[in-house]
Design a protein around this ligand. Structure first.
Ligand code: COA
Length: 706
């Protein structure tokens, strides 16, 4: 297969459907290629020959006596297959199919035919249904966009063509330079994962911004995006909620997993900055592309107004920015540059009288102090500090900070002069915002990303599990056309995976019942075992908290009598005697194969209110220990595991171990599609945890082989 480099740095491009007609897409692509200064050779292809924009047009690809790296296809859908065939046969490496009218309108077969032909003949396909590709590396604008793209360091990969074209315009207004913009459209072949591979290693690209509607191959995407975030920030706008994920599965793990929650959790787990709006995505991408990492974990706010300072403090909390709060140090540092009626507590209030010199002095102090990792400077318009001075001071301060490698950003609020200053400063790439939250969110994302880089861990936790006996149990059920395991089968699977379950045994008569109860130890629980009695309690088939031999004998007799009266036809196999568990913190652990992302795991507050409380967190497998802990800590109920109101801390190690074992079980046993333990009763430290109720569902479809 061709290296992806050929797509971004082609030596030659042919435009199939190049036209003399300025209204046609085939004209616009040629004109953009010429205007962008593409240095390779452009070959227009048009059956009528002649010339297009001064370039000789060839009647067909076969007539070109040169190797063609990229073809841009701009002819109607019904002609595309034949053209693709001719290009692939001619050794073309990449074909950008701009044409619409394929899977997006249900014409899936034709799209597949094109993809298959290309792939089997060594030609990769981008699209169809795209606007093309721009690459600063080769000054190539092979799109039918508005042209005039600013070269720079942000790469955009977009699934939506229209939005992508609009983004090109917006990048110009926002002064964001692009290293590339690629439209992936229907993704019949090349997808985000392929592009991430190239963009991750490309020096020019400092930040990757993606607009994604649907992910086709989740595990491949996860791997590619994890590799990318290790090297550079990735900002994702993910819209559209997958229907597949929303189909309620027959387990809590399925029904609690709103697909968007899973997407959100997995993107975070991969180190992605997820943006809800295009504006946020652009702000973050631009800021992160230009800013050095924070030099310490804590930031300062410098302001000329109390109100805006409080707003910024709130925003810092929302975006998880720690504010430097050593009062003594702050006083020592900032007292010389703050009026006596100001405040040296962070936010540092240099008061409404502050002009350029005062800002400069305060911001120089925070620039030179080691414990301060970044500065946020706020300015409310006053009569003492004019917009023209503001522009100069902000620009100089910004340059000083960049020279010394410390992040800074500014938020200013005021009238027309201030708004104009913001526009002018933004053109010079000085990060100034008209809104405090917008500004703080950028710094918050910078901190978040660098914390991710510092702390994320790729040492994945797994345990060895002998899956032979587990497979045999599953196959036994499938042989009976049953795609779930019975309670006792599920317990056996847990035992094979090393997950502790309550002790239990089946008795077929009174002496056996007494013997089993003596072995397990009192108190015990007794439950009728009969496939004909589903609602055991309704049938009087359950007895709880039996303290001694006599109570076991009475209960056995009562259960038999009740059940026979309830359903005289029922076959009663015996009575299960089980350990009566003490109650403690009830958690839930689920593991399932997500239709998009593959194996995922859920942890949360368990018990009967799980659907109401919805206090759960998700992650994609495999998981590092750190990630397991972050999943546990993410739940609101986490303090229950730490122990509340004088309770001892709970056995966290057992919870972690059960999560690892459940994850390994799902990953190793393809016959299992869902496993859920609810509750996993968690006891005090050292006393372990027990899987009280276990549900296991089996795969019915092809996923069994995955
Ligand atoms: N090889 C080379 N050129 C060919 C050809 C072939 N096999 N078949 C036709 N052509 C020429 C035509 O003669 C025409 O040239 P001309 O202007 O000199 O006559 C040119 O290719 C274009 O063909 P035409 O039939 O005029 O199509 P069009 O330009 O109206 O539309 C598309 C073609 C691809 C633009 C249109 O089918 C389409 O898909 N539009 C939507 C694109 C889109 O929105 N994509 C997603 C963006 S996000």
């Amino acid at each position: 297969m061709s290296s992806i480099k050929h797509l971004f740095e082609p030596r030659s491009i042919a435009v199939v459907g190049a036209s003399k007609d300025p209204k046609k897409i085939g004209y616009k692509v040629v004109s953009n290629l010429l205007a962008s200064g593409y240095q390779g050779t452009v070959y227009p292809i048009n059956p009528s020959g002649g010339d297009v924009l001064g370039l000789k047009a060839y009647a067909s690809i076969e007539d070109i006596n040169d190797a063609i790296d990229v073809v841009c296809t701009t002819i109607p859908a019904k002609f595309v297959f034949d053209s693709v065939k001719a290009c692939a046969d001619r050794g073309v490496k990449y074909n950008l199919i701009i044409t619409s009218g394929f899977s997006e309108v249900g014409n899936t077969e034709e799209e597949q035919r094109i993809a298959d032909y290309g792939l089997s003949h060594g030609m990769r396909i981008v699209g169809p249904n795209i606007f093309g590709v721009y690459s600063a590396e080769s000054a190539m604008d092979a799109t039918f966009g508005p042209g005039g793209i600013l070269p720079g360091s942000v790469a955009i990969v977009t699934q939506s063509g229209a939005l992508g074209l609009a983004m090109i315009g917006k990048t110009k207004v926002e002064n964001i330079g692009l290293s590339t913009i690629v439209s992936v459209g229907n993704k019949c072949d090349v997808d985000e994962a392929d592009l991430l591979g190239y963009l991750t290693s490309q020096k020019r690209t400092k930040v990757i911004l993606m607009y994604i509607e649907g992910i086709k191959n989740g595990p491949r995407f996860i791997e590619a995006v994890k590799q990318a975030t290790r090297k550079k920030p990735v900002v994702v706008i993910k819209s559209g909620r997958s229907e597949r994920g929303a189909v309620a599965a027959a387990s809590h793990t399925g029904s609690l997993a709103g697909s968007d929650e899973i997407v959100d959790a997995i993107l975070k787990q991969c180190g992605v900055l997820r943006a809800e709006s295009i504006q946020d995505a652009f702000n973050w991408a631009k800021y992160l592309a230009n800013s050095p990492p924070p030099t310490s974990d804590q930031a300062v706010i410098i302001t000329n107004g109390g109100g805006i300072g409080v707003m910024a403090t709130d925003a810092c909390e929302q975006y998880q920015i720690d504010l430097y709060d050593d009062g003594k140090v702050l006083k020592k540092l900032f007292e010389p540059v703050t009026p006596s009626f100001g405040s040296t507590k962070n936010p540092i209030d240099i008061t409404g009288g502050a002009a350029g010199a005062e800002y400069d002095a305060a911001l120089s102090v925070s620039l030179s102090h080691k414990a301060i990792g970044a500065s946020i400077a706020l300015y409310c318009e006053t009569a003492t500090f004019l917009a023209a001075d503001l522009e100069r001071v902000l620009e100089n301060t910004y340059r000083n900070y960049m020279e010394k490698g410390k992040p800074i950003l500014f938020a200013t609020v005021g009238g027309e002069d201030i708004e104009n200053a913001i526009v002018k400063l933004n053109r010079k790439n000085v990060p100034v915002f008209g809104d405090v939250y917008e500004a703080v969110s950028c710094l918050g994302k910078l901190y978040w990303y660098h914390r991710y880089l510092k702390y994320h861990d790729e040492k994945y936790e797994e345990t060895k599990i002998d899956i032979k006996p587990i497979t045999a149990i599953c196959e036994g059920a499938i042989a009976q056309d049953r795609y779930f395991l019975l309670a006792n089968e599920a317990q056996q699977v847990m035992a094979c995976a090393g997950i502790p379950v309550p002790q239990s045994a089946v008795a077929h008569n009174i002496p056996e019942a007494v013997d089993r109860a003596d072995t397990i130890g009192y108190p015990v629980v007794m439950k009728v075992v009969s496939k004909d009695i589903i609602h055991k309690s309704d049938a009087g088939g359950v007895a709880l908290n039996l303290e001694n031999k006599e109570e076991v004998i009475d209960a056995y007799q009562a259960i038999m009598q009740n059940c026979k009266a309830y359903n005289p036809e029922a076959t009663i196999e015996g009575v299960e005697i089980a350990e009566m568990l003490k109650r403690d913190v009830e958690t839930i652990i689920g593991a399932r194969r997500d239709a998009t992302f593959g194996p995922i795991i859920m942890f949360g507050l368990g018990g009967i209110y799980v659907e109401v409380m919805k206090d759960v967190a998700f992650r994609a497998l495999p998981l590092s220990r750190r990630e397991i802990m972050s999943m546990i800590k993410q739940t609101r109920s986490y303090p229950l595991l730490l122990g509340v109101r004088g309770e001892e801390q709970k056995d966290m190690e057992s919870v972690i171990s059960c999560i690892i074992k459940l994850g390994s079980l799902l990953q190793r046993c393809p016959l299992i599609s869902d496993i859920e333990i609810n509750p996993l009763m968690v006891y005090e430290q050292g006393l372990g945890a027990k899987a009280v109720d276990v549900r296991i569902l089996l795969s019915k479809d092809e996923r069994r082989s995955s």
